[in-house]
Write a protein that binds this ligand. Structure first.
Ligand code: TXA
Ligand code: MG
Length: 326
């Protein structure tokens, strides 16, 4: 299949592909997503095939407005409404009990469905042009870092999807927070992301259960697996560098660390100033994909101190490193 590259001005052409049951990738506020008609089982099945995604991993749907949630979810509690008011459009996916009407494999057999309204004008215009909600996972091959540019999408999915809308690099660079609200008395974060746990707790005035720590036992579950092994460096860079001195390695680290040690590395990619965790989130997946192209045996990646603001960054880096520390 030839994968077309659509411009932002070609949403109509791109939406016709979706209406014909094909897959089109497009930018959102977080990362690029791979869209399909969420009501069509045949279209949704194509997502699992193109991404090589395990059939038991449910998809989330993207909505063009807040009120659409009432068409696809049951029992929307006042607490859910408060979160929607506060964080939509934006990087918060809410998991709620599903109504009928979605293709069965969207929910992978679960009774719940994840939904969000992205804060990206092009994404919203595109969903509106399609005329129905889109089942939209990140537009990468299963197990690869999420794409933050149209080129990343094509690196993974060229020839496997009908098209990609090129809207430039995404703003946030890391996926949304997934919050399970199907038990409104006990909200649980399933995946940390663009909205922090503290920010959610402040809005709902209630404690939220943190995501489970990764265990890295099951290879199939290991997302963001890079081609080159990644090691997390806590803080002792001189010691880490000593351990890899006979290997070809790259640095994926804050500007401060790069400036200090780049001469010793074969390649380096800056995550921006150490004080700006949002910059590191934005650059993490892009940096991994860029460094994989260098002639290196491993990547040393900076592990920021653990706190509310760094939870999502550390979650993704731990998965990419499969827990390896040096
Ligand atoms: O920012 C994002 O969320 C991006 C953009 C494209 O919107 N999408 C994204 O989708 O990251 P995906 O499919 O790569 O990740 C969605 C996560 C998966 O870990 C999936 O298992 C979980 O949400 N999920 C989806 N539906 C669920 C459900 N009903 N219950 C529990 N987890 C669910
Ligand atoms: Mg994904």
């Amino acid at each position: 299949m030839k994968t077309e590259r659509f411009k932002a001005s070609e949403l109509k052409e791109a939406s016709q592909k979706i209406q014909a049951g094909e897959l089109v990738a497009f930018p959102t506020d977080t990362v690029y997503g791979l869209g399909a008609d969420a009501r069509s089982e045949a279209a949704v099945q194509k997502i699992f095939q193109a991404k090589n995604r395990p059939a038991d991993r449910p998809l989330t749907i993207l909505l063009a407005d807040k009120k659409s949630i009432y068409s696809y979810a049951k029992k929307i509690s006042p607490l859910a409404e408060r979160l929607i008011d506060h964080f939509w459009p934006g990087p918060l996916t809410l998991v709620l009990e599903a109504k009928a009407g979605l293709a069965p494999s969207v929910t992978a057999g679960l009774k719940t469905v994840g939904m969000r309204m992205p804060a990206h004008p092009l994404a919203l215009d595109f969903i509106r042009a399609c005329g129905f909600p889109l089942a939209t996972p990140s537009a990468n091959l299963s197990g690869r870092p999420s794409p933050t540019t149209a080129d990343h999408v094509l690196a993974d999915l060229d020839g496997k999807i009908a098209g990609v809308i090129d809207g430039g690099a995404t703003d946030l660079g890391i996926e949304s927070t997934v919050l399970d609200l199907s038990q409104p008395k006990a909200p649980v974060i399933l995946r940390p992301g663009g909205v922090s746990r503290q920010a959610i707790e402040e809005v709902i005035q209630r404690k939220v259960t943190a995501p489970l720590k990764n265990t890295f036992k099951d290879e199939k579950e290991g997302h963001y697996a890079p081609i080159v092994p990644i090691y997390m460096v806590k803080s002792n860079w001189p010691q880490a560098l000593k351990k890899v001195k006979n290997k070809k390695f790259a640095l994926l680290a804050s500007e401060e660390v790069i400036q200090k040690y780049k001469k010793e590395a074969q390649a380096s990619y800056s995550l921006g100033s150490k004080a700006e965790i949002k910059a590191a989130e934005k650059e993490l997946f892009k940096g991994i994909r860029a460094l994989e192209k260098a002639d290196i045996e491993l990547i040393l990646a900076e592990s920021y101190p653990e706190n509310d603001a760094t939870e999502a960054y550390l979650n993704r880096l731990e998965q990419a490193a499969k827990g390896k520390k040096i």
